[in-house]
Structures are given as structure tokens and as C-alpha cells.
Design a binder for this molecule. Structure first.
Ligand SMILES: Cc1cc2nc3c(=O)[nH]c(=O)nc-3n(C[C@H](O)[C@H](O)[C@H](O)COP(=O)(O)OP(=O)(O)OC[C@H]3O[C@@H](n4cnc5c(N)ncnc54)[C@H](O)[C@@H]3O)c2cc1C
Length: 258
């Protein structure tokens, strides 16, 4: 293992944070239990006092094909996974194209687009050194109970990369803001949309400092330049408070606040 200073104001997708020392885990290392693992920081909001952090090094960014299964390392960026699937004519990974991050982040969040979710195509995950079949992992909408660190995952190879589906999905995503964000701030409550609720309580486009509930899509907290953690947090709290008061619905964060 080694340490690396990562500036989260540049590294995180929402561009909030500060230079922070992160432990880089290499192949063969014992993974510490007292550190929080991050992936590509596309779903994170880093406070000025985050817990001790760690990250999988590029030793965990690999693909391997064997006996009809594709094994992918958890540090593999989603963009590279889609390129691999396209090049080798493998179906099922098209939806990863516009989900920024790493495989590990996708597994932990059961990331997805519409009805496409990573758990739909998964066979097994190696968690804390042990292979676990997906039937034994509790999971649901934007949620998976990994109870540990995923280092790699196995997928059954199905031939037939769908270029048309890829094009359709890319098109579908174009209603998202271009300003830096961490994706959806809240999970959609059952039968409703967090974006609709935020808009209904008058917060679409609402700003605090350089942070804003996007005027393109209200469930995206965007950074207009020099947005800071305190402003982001206060907008999150304000949305929760107003939506609860008006609709009696508790919004749950999708974004991880560290
Ligand atoms: C513009 C934009 C659009 C987005 N759109 C979508 C969308 O449509 N659908 C969607 O689902 N998400 C979306 N996201 C969120 C994001 O792409 C996903 O959550 C992604 O999977 C995060 O991956 P990451 O590597 O950046 O994880 P991080 O943000 O670094 O971490 C997220 C969580 O995963 C955990 N984690 C990371 N690696 C591992 C591992 N190896 N083992 C165990 N736990 C791990 C972390 O501890 C953390 O809890 C969007 C984000 C952005 C910025």
C-alpha cells in the first residue's frame, strides 16, 4: 500500500473538498477495516473532516475472460468497461456508458439507468476475499448490502453488444445538467420523483453560495464554481425539511456525505 494526496475539489465529480491523504490498496494488501473506501467519487460529498479514506489501486483495474465468464476488477472505470464490451461484442453493459465511476461504486450502489441495473447482469462478487453469488446479496433500487469491500465481480458472457441501445441511452441522459454534480442527490421515494418534490417546494434553481438545486433537473445539486460543503449540506437539509413539511415524505440521500 501507499498514500496519495487527492484534491477532492478536482477529483470528485461535484468538485467539493480539499487535498486529503488517501491510502491506496495494492494487490495482496490486507484491507483495513477502519477506513472508508472510495471509488471514482461520483456519488460523494466530502466534508472538511472526512473519515480516513482508502481506494483500490490500478492493480484492481483489469478484465479477464475464462470459461464463459468475464471477471472485472472493482477499480475498473465504467467507460473502459463499455469499451471492452463493445470491442469484444458482449451484451449487457451498454447502460454503464453514462454512469461515471468505477465498477466498485456501481456494485455498492446497484447503479443503473431506468430498468437497467448492474445486479441484473451480475453473477458473483468477490467481497473481502470471498466469492458471493448475487442471490445471497440483499439488493434493491440504488442499494446493495455488500457488507465489505468488493475487489472484483463476475458476469456470464452473453454475446451481442447493442449499439442501438447504447445510442438510445446516451440520448436519454441529455436532460441532465452539465454543471458539476454527484448525480441524483436523493433516491426517488416509492411512486414519486425526488426532482418533482424538490420543484414542488419551490427549490428548483434555488442557490446558496455557488451551490444550486439545478434549474435543469431539480434533484441534481450542482456546483456553479466555488461551491463548498456547508452550502451543499444546507441545501440538502432544506430540501428534506420542506418536502417533509409539505408532503410528509422523508427524502433519503443517494449521495454519500463523508
Ligand atoms: C452526472 C452524473 C450522473 C449520474 N447518473 C447516475 C444514474 O443515472 N444512475 C445511477 O445509479 N448513478 C448515477 N450517478 C452516480 C454514480 O455514477 C454512481 O453511483 C457510480 O456507481 C459511483 O461510482 P464511483 O466509483 O464514483 O463511487 P464513489 O462515488 O466513489 O462511491 C460510492 C459508494 O460506493 C462505495 N464503493 C466504491 N467502491 C467500492 C468497492 N470496491 N467495494 C465496496 N464499496 C465500494 C463507496 O464506499 C460509496 O459508498 C451519476 C453521477 C453523476 C456525476
Amino acid at each position: 500500500m501507499f498514500f496519495k494526496t487527492i484534491d477532492f475539489s478536482k477529483y470528485s465529480s461535484i468538485k467539493v473538498g480539499q487535498p486529503t491523504e488517501v491510502m491506496m490498496i495494492e494487490k495482496g494488501d490486507i484491507i483495513p477495516k477502519d477506513r472508508y473506501l472510495i471509488g471514482g467519487a461520483n456519488n460523494l460529498l466530502i466534508s472538511p473532516t472526512p473519515p480516513p479514506l482508502m481506494m483500490l489501486s490500478k492493480d484492481f483495474a483489469f478484465t479477464e475472460e475464462e470459461e464463459g465468464y468475464l471477471t472485472i476488477g472493482a477499480a475498473m472505470p465504467t467507460g473502459r468497461i463499455v469499451s471492452y464490451a463493445k470491442k469484444h461484442n458482449i451484451a449487457g453493459f451498454e447502460f454503464c456508458s453514462k454512469l461515471p465511476g468505477t465498477l466498485g461504486g456501481m456494485l455498492a450502489m446497484n447503479a443503473g439507468v431506468k430498468s437497467y441495473e448492474i445486479f441484473n447482469i451480475l453473477h458473483a462478487i468477490k467481497i473481502d476475499g470471498r466469492w458471493t453469488q448475487i442471490e445471497d446479496i440483499e439488493h434493491g433500487y440504488r442499494f446493495a448490502k455488500l457488507d465489505g469491500i468488493a475487489t472484483e465481480a463476475k458476469f456470464k458472457i452473453v454475446k451481442g453488444f447493442d449499439a442501438q441501445l447504447l445510442a438510445n441511452l446516451l440520448n436519454l441522459r441529455s436532460n441532465q445538467p452539465h454543471d458539476p454534480s454527484a448525480g441524483s442527490a436523493f433516491k426517488n421515494p416509492e411512486g414519486d420523483y425526488a426532482g418533482r418534490l424538490i420543484e414542488a417546494v419551490g427549490l428548483k434553481g434555488f442557490k446558496k453560495g455557488d451551490m444550486q438545486w439545478s434549474d435543469v433537473h431539480a434533484n441534481f445539486l450542482v456546483n456553479l464554481g466555488n461551491g463548498c460543503f456547508e452550502d451543499a449540506k444546507s441545501l440538502i437539509d432544506l430540501a428534506k425539511e420542506r418536502v417533509f413539511k409539505e408532503f410528509n415524505i422523508t427524502l433519503l440521500e443517494e449521495i454519500k456525505i463523508l
